[in-house]
Design a protein around this ligand. Structure first.
Ligand code: BES
Ligand code: ZN
Length: 560
């Protein structure tokens, strides 16, 4: 049972989707049809999820009715199925405000001359652009034809052949993805490459040069990559996430193009989802940690294999600190791995808890049983549940059968906080940074040559009430091309009410739509009345360029 879907897959289960869409950049709508194939049945009703869809007709059915709109779930589309039928076709168009689509005007793109469209279906936004059983418990194959204007090619997260696409592996609906715009392609390796706007594609190709090595690293540990190609699509900066693991085609924010591969853990993360998430999928959004906790664990193993244990130790230490910080602000109920989502939008359960607490649980089990046994277990887990959607209980049954441990699993999964026996990351490099930070605080000069992005982030997060003018004079943070460092710098500037940073802050908030950056910056501004005033001014200007998902988060923060 998935509380976030009206569908009843126990009665009729859709197996295949055939999609035919026209992309209208002027009206900001998709128009076309979705043909849903299912096993022939005597059940009288097929219920689909929709949100803000304009349903024109349903073919090969005895009738249909669109139910009232629920604020979180959208509207059920109840289709009276003809006895013996095995398909229906829904003709429809999307709304210009579809929650799963972002339509960008030319000024919001890198090239500034062409419009851009992309979808973001996770968690429950596929229903805003396709009528379907929008639950991760249902897996379907699909094919699609997508018509776009000349010069604005469409890509989908599937096998591609011209404007035609095919996904031959059964996937959950949240992994269906489409983008269209002025896109160019650069190969990276034999089975990988990157799409981006022409002015971005070279930088993207050099940043992602290690992609093929990452794929091989996971394959050595956890079995073959089963999706054919692995490509990346770099989106315009309004993309609300860091990355999205759409199968065969990861979507990524341009804010990871730092020039020195220092932020490619995000690629490792999205690639890892090809095993944890896309192959073995959370059956409900309360089981989200099965996707994200496992993926953060795999991500760390990739980083360690490619860039060494010290780099991974730094990334894990930074993440652990962020987890502790966020956890403090969360209700007890949200500090558990199995998230209670009754009456809530699954997007609201997306905190660091499923990610980092989930990964900590796996590292804690690894520490007890040893890496070799844990890797063997994970490899079998991915094989055993391949192309299935599973619950936390399914995982626990399997773990208890295959790899008994003394780790207090119930406590980890159903109780708030981090059990004291958790595996703790440790970084020697950060001990040296701590020492340097102490010197700096005493007014001394420090040696920072060779510091990576991670050391700089740790340094900045360690300083107490620092003199920002002195910091910027010495290290030029306001000129950094690294989005993570810039965001950290701006956060400290807001906290210290450091006026010289205001123009930079405004430019950043007006040009980047990544929620991970927007949320803490606006939150910090909102802590004072003067800052709140500024936040509202900037938001009034920037809001229309943010993705609907980011708008929703920020509207709530601003009390709109
Ligand atoms: N699948 C998530 C993004 C997501 C989660 C979208 C929930 C919608 C609802 C993706 O794999 C992810 O975790 N992205 C992270 C980056 C990662 C390196 C932690 C992000 O976007 O910040
Ligand atoms: Zn993820």
């Amino acid at each position: 049972m998935d509380i976030h879907s009206f569908s009843r897959p126990g009665e009729i289960r859709v197996r295949h989707l055939s999609l035919d869409l026209d992309v209208d950049f002027d009206k900001h709508i998709l128009t076309g049809s979705a043909t849903l194939h299912f096993d022939a049945t005597s059940r009288p009703e097929l219920v689909l999820d929709t949100r803000d869809l304009d349903i024109r007709s349903v073919t090969n059915a005895a009738g249909f009715e669109l139910g009232p709109k629920d604020k979180i779930l959208g509207s059920p589309l109840r289709i009276a199925v003809t006895p013996g039928a095995s398909w229906v076709r829904v003709d429809y168009s999307t709304s210009p405000d579809a929650s799963g689509l972002q339509w960008l005007d030319p000024p919001q793109t890198a090239g500034k001359r062409q419009p851009f469209l992309y979808t973001q279906s996770q968690a429950i936004h596929a229903r805003s652009w396709i009528p379907l059983q929008d639950t991760p418990a249902v897996r379907i194959t699909y094919e699609a034809r997508v018509r776009t204007p000349e010069g604005l090619p469409a890509v989908m997260a599937a096998e591609r052949a011209g404007g035609h696409f095919r996904m031959t592996k059964p996937i959950p609906s949240y992994l269906i993805a489409l983008a269209a715009g002025d896109l160019e392609f650069r190969p990276l390796g034999g089975r990988s490459g990157v799409f981006a706007e022409p002015s971005v594609v070279a930088a993207a190709a050099s940043e992602f040069a290690d992609t093929e090595a990452m794929i091989r690293a996971v394959e050595e540990m956890y079995g073959p990559y089963r999706w054919g190609r692995y490509d990346l699509l770099v989106l315009p900066p309004s993309f609300p996430f860091g990355g999205m693991e759409n199968p065969c085609l990861t979507f990524a924010t341009p804010t990871i193009l730092a020039g020195d591969k220092s932020l490619v853990a995000l690629v490792a993360h999205e690639l890892a989802h090809s095993w944890s998430g896309n192959l073995v999928t959370n059956a409900t959004w309360s089981d989200f940690w099965l996707n994200e906790g496992f993926t953060v664990y795999l991500e760390g193993r990739i980083i360690e294999k490619l860039y060494g244990a010290e780099r991974q130790a730094m990334e894990a230490t930074l993440a652990r600190r962020e987890l502790d910080r966020e956890m403090e602000s969360l209700a007890e109920a949200d500090r558990v791995l199995h998230i209670p989502l009754e009456g809530r939008d699954p997007d609201d359960g997306c905190t660091l808890v499923p990610y980092e607490k989930g990964a900590l649980l796996l590292r804690t089990i690894e520490r007890e049983v040893g890496r070799d046994r844990f890797d063997a277990f994970l490899r079998c887990y991915f094989d055993h549940f391949a192309f299935q959607s599973i619950t936390t209980a399914d995982f626990l049954d399997y773990l208890r059968r295959e790899l008994p441990t003394s780790v207090p699993l119930e406590e980890w999964i159903y109780r708030p906080g981090i059990p004291p026996s958790a595996a703790e990351p440790h970084s020697d490099a950060f001990l040296r940074v701590d020492a340097a930070a102490a010197c700096w605080q005493r007014g001394e000069a420090i040696a920072t040559s060779g510091w990576t992005t991670h050391e700089w982030l740790h340094f900045l997060r360690t300083l107490q009430d620092p003199d920002l003018a002195r910091l910027d004079r010495e290290f030029q943070f306001s000129q950094t091309g690294n989005s993570e460092i810039l965001c950290q710098w701006l956060l400290m500037a807001v906290r210290a009410q450091y006026d010289p940073a205001w123009p930079l802050l405004e430019t950043f908030l007006c040009s980047v739509g990544r929620r991970k950056f927007l949320k803490p910056l606006y939150a910090e501004l909102l802590k004072t009345s003067e800052g709140g005033e500024r936040a509202r001014q900037i938001y009034a200007k920037a809001r229309s360029s943010y993705h609907p998902i980011a708008q929703r988060t920020l509207d709530a923060m601003m009390g709109r």
